[in-house]
Design a protein around this ligand. Structure first.
Ligand SMILES: [Zn+2]
Length: 298
């Protein structure tokens, strides 16, 4: 089996998963992929990047009918969702374009984060954790007070590329580049919400959630320069082309929930998450330091 995994790693792009921030827009580059080398125990990532052998999901948590319903939710449309996740239903693998989607959750089924970033304050990381926990309907991420208790560390660095940061999957944890934050003429609230959207996005990648911007790789929106309300795609606020709805803050979508449910089947300790999405609606909203959940009916 080892050679198969090695081939997969060889095929996986070495590029980091990055949120790209130009002067005015948030774009997205890469989806969760196994690191080129298995890379635990590095400075900023204590838990090895993981995906199950062959990408095979735990089939005990949902019926085939429920899996079909979950993947149907992830389809979305041209600029929302990700059609590759059909493989969960058809082949029972959590893969994107034939490659395993990886996570950094670890053996306990809860992502432990330690924060060293000043750009993303610990309060913001706690809010992002609250956001995902409310989407999951249970604790899937927590902020720990010691680096040696974390799966990975959020920290700041520098990059000459015009990127805001990203989930590295290669031992460097979640990295942000504060020097590349060049948003001007935007209210404090909108800036706060935009930063938080980026943080929530990167934590989503740590769960193994790929981009949800439409098409087989979830990258239609970013490729077309389309900004969306989907936080796992190109989210923006206050710019030409930003969805007016984003003025309200950062909202979860049923696609986030359904994809988290599918990702949870690929974790080292598989978990049933966000199962509510099968029969009800729920929207988690982050707005300027406040996280709320609304049962939504429409
Ligand atoms: Zn991303």
């Amino acid at each position: 089996m080892m050679w198969k995994r090695l081939i997969q790693w060889g095929l996986a792009a070495a590029a980091l998963a990055l949120v790209v921030l130009g002067m005015t827009q948030l774009n997205v580059r890469e989806n969760p992929q196994p690191a080129v080398k298995q890379s635990a125990k590095q400075d900023y990532q204590r838990t090895a990047t993981y995906s199950p052998a062959g990408g095979r999901i735990d089939r005990h948590l949902y019926s085939q009918k429920q899996l079909r319903a979950l993947t149907a939710i992830t389809h979305g449309n041209q600029y929302r969702g990700n059609t590759s996740l059909d493989a969960v239903t058809t082949r029972h693998v959590y893969q994107l374009d034939g490659r395993n989607l990886a996570n950094i959750v670890g053996a306990d089924g809860v992502l432990q984060l330690y924060n060293e970033s000043h750009f993303m304050t610990t309060r913001m990381v706690k809010d992002a954790a609250a956001f995902w926990n409310q989407v999951a309907g249970t604790t899937v991420v927590e902020v720990v007070s010691r680096p040696d208790r974390s799966d990975e560390i959020i920290h700041d660095g520098k990059s000459s590329r015009s990127v805001l940061g990203g989930q590295t999957y290669n031992g460097r944890g979640i990295l942000f580049y504060p020097g590349n934050w060049r948003i001007q003429n935007l209210s404090q609230r909108n800036q706060q919400n935009w930063k938080e959207a980026a943080l929530i996005h990167e934590i989503g990648h740590a769960f193994g959630i790929p981009h949800l911007g439409g098409g087989p790789l979830g990258t239609n929106a970013s490729k077309a320069g389309v900004q969306t309300v989907e936080l796992m795609a190109a989210w923006s606020v206050g710019r030409v082309g930003s969805p007016p709805e984003n003025e309200q803050g950062v909202k979860s979508t049923s696609m986030d929930a359904a994809t988290l449910a599918l990702a949870g089947l690929s974790w080292q300790r598989s978990r049933r998450l966000a199962g509510w999405v099968l029969n009800s609606n729920r929207v988690v909203l982050y707005d300027n330091g406040r996280v709320t959940t609304t049962p939504k009916t429409n």
